[in-house]
Ligand binder design. Structure first.
Ligand SMILES: Cc1c2[nH]c(c1CCC(=O)O)Cc1[nH]c(c(CCC(=O)O)c1C)Cc1[nH]c(c(CCC(=O)O)c1C)Cc1[nH]c(c(C)c1CCC(=O)O)C2
Length: 322
């Protein structure tokens, strides 16, 4: 689940002093402070690096910003082969040294009381933001590229795949103990197109990382993943993160007993009563079956969620015995 963020008063206060998202996510001290905010209050089992899937873009020669009230903006979206040729392969140690430094500090601060978690964007999801110029409702630009000029999209996807494999290794080498790949928009694709524009690149990333970091657990999240569920483990990831639109019992049945599943309580449930939250947690855990389940929300915590309900989620979760 997204931990830090606007539902926390301490984060809102910090945002008043540091209104720029780029600053908050690129200054080592701020990254460490924000990453630790939820940990200090709720003591979860994992501490997520405060960053964004788009953070690598400026180092790849794709200028961007994340603007309050508007979300991500890509200033000069690449659409032609010559634009794509200007995209540089990512060199994390040169472009985002603050990420490595922050992860190393987080490991020390957390002192093995929780796992430090890294993340990256999947090639198709990154390409969607980049080609659309930001968030999108209809995904017309990325689909035009996919279906009218597939070679151009494939070369962009390849740069992202090579770059994100390197970025996962970099995060692991600096302290991340597990890394989640977010393919948030993969489910905008028909399964047959997922097999062409996402799956091969995810496989490539997983294979490349497993060669050098065979013990690093890799997670994969896609929003609204019901239509793609059986295809997600084909990437080779260790854990599939399930969103709440799939019933956990169906998810377990469709993925089989050997795939580890993370999820999948609807973040909206945290607006309900404490009793409602408890019941939903118990229902999810029961449906997940014995073992190979990491209890989590099915997506990030929503703005306006009462912090005491988040605390309740963690209290109930910690009291569970599988
Ligand atoms: C698609 C995506 C993005 N970013 C991310 C995804 C994949 C997860 C998903 O499917 O939601 C991942 C992400 N982004 C952020 C985290 C933080 C880590 C954590 O504390 O959990 C994580 C894990 C910080 C952030 N990244 C962003 C925020 C909210 C803006 C802010 O705090 O100023 C946070 C906390 C901004 C962002 N970043 C992105 C969008 C679409 C937005 C705008 C969303 C909004 O305005 O609600 C791109």
């Amino acid at each position: 689940m997204r931990q830090a963020g606007r539902y926390m008063k301490s984060y809102q206060t910090l945002c008043e002093k540091h209104p720029s998202f780029r600053e908050r996510s690129e200054n080592v001290d701020l990254v460490v402070e924000i990453s630790l905010q939820p940990w200090k209050v709720f003591q979860p089992d994992g501490v997520i690096l405060f960053s964004d899937i788009l953070t690598p873009l400026s180092g790849m020669n794709i200028p961007f910003d994340i603007i309050k009230g508007k979300g991500p903006v890509i200033f000069d979206p690449p659409t032609t082969l010559s634009d794509v040729e200007k995209v540089r392969e990512f060199i994390p140690e040169e472009s985002v040294p603050y990420v490595g430094e922050a992860l190393t500090i987080l490991r020390k601060e957390v002192n093995n009381q929780a796992a430090v978690l890294g993340f990256v964007g999947a090639p198709f999801t990154l390409a969607s933001y980049v080609v659309e110029g930001g968030s999108s409702k209809n995904f017309t630009k990325i689909k035009r590229l996919a279906f009218a000029e597939p070679k151009v999209l494939h070369s962009l996807l390849q740069i992202f795949a090579t770059s994100m494999a390197k970025y996962i290794r970099y995060q692991a080498d600096h302290g991340a103990q597990a890394v989640q790949i977010f393919d948030s928009w993969a489910t905008e694709l028909s399964p047959v197109d997922f097999e062409e524009f996402s799956l091969p690149y995810l496989k490539q990333i997983v294979e490349a990382v497993k060669l050098t970091h065979p013990d690093l657990p890799l997670f994969l999240y896609a929003s609204g993943s019901g239509g793609l569920l059986e295809r997600l483990p084909l990437t080779g990831v260790d854990v599939v993160s399930l969103d709440w639109t799939v019933d956990m019992a169906d998810g377990r049945r469709r993925l089989g007993p050997n795939v580890a599943i993370q999820g999948n309580v609807d973040p909206g449930v945290l607006f309900g009563s404490k009793e409602f939250i408890t019941n939903r947690i118990n229902d999810t855990v029961k449906k997940a079956g014995k073992g190979k389940h990491i209890l989590n929300l099915g997506h990030g915590i929503k703005v306006g969620t009462p912090e005491e309900n988040v605390a309740h989620f963690f209290e109930v979760a910690k009291g569970l015995r599988y």
